[in-house]
Design a protein around this ligand. Sequence first.
Ligand code: ZN
Length: 321
Amino acid sequence: MSKWIKKEAFAQFREKIKEDDSKKNEFVGRWETPDKGSVDKPIEYELRLIPDKKNNFYKKILYHMFKVDDKWVFSLCPKTYDMDNWCACCATSMKLYTGTEQDKNDAYAIKRKEKYVVNSYIVDDPRDSDKDDDKKAGKTVKLYEFPAKVESLIRSAMTDEKNGVGMGAFDPSEEGYNFILKVGATKADAKGRSWADYSLSSFARKSSALAETDDKIEKILDSAYNLDDYIKTLEKPEEDIIKALKSLGFFDLISTEYYKKRGVESSNEVTSKESQESRENQSEASNESFNESSHKTTQEQNTQQSSTELDEELLRELENL
Ligand SMILES: [Zn+2]
């Protein structure tokens, strides 16, 4: 045996790369974001939602996504696990919201966003017809990441006791229902932008079994991904996020808070405090002018409206990461 390499260290390294490999495989399991059709002609996909083996149905993912030097930075928000967790990005955007008009725009870019993830057996994906057999999504279980708009449709179908499908949303037996995802497009806005429109999606009218036999059903359920494990693969070291915030020049806003939360002594506490104070003064001044603006309400409304639409864009960007 070589005296140059430590056996233990190598074994540890090998475990680590094996783990990285299995994480990559999780990503292979993600369903390609469905393409959107047109205003008149939505594209139709047929899905069957299934629980994972830990009986997780679907899960909410909170995240941040913003650009640093033209590159997207994705950060899983620690509040995904518990709203009481401290998050550097959430803290930054809260500070920015009290600032100048430009700060508010930055806050908007960094703010927390949400999406959901579910295991879904893909009954039909029209894009398969152009794909090689090994690339087809149909007849396999995929992780479907979906926006809040789709979640609200699924949620109301599950909770509407009179007209909903209740447990049938996830029941693989003949009492369960496929989910017909229809992705149309909204009419173009003043700037010519159009967004995915999911409003025509619904559970199928007729119930049907996930597969012909119990054995086949079992096999499909068995191939579901563990949702908690999947969310874990989205985690990123906090240092990376801090680095990104530093290169945007925002770290000073939260440095005191950060060092306190993480129990680290700041090496340049005085400098960061000073710059924070000067920033706060700036914010106060700009707040006054902002309050004077009679357009405040309209501006706020605009921000509200485009928020979900922006999330759509971000979901798409995620595909390319
Ligand atoms: Zn956050």
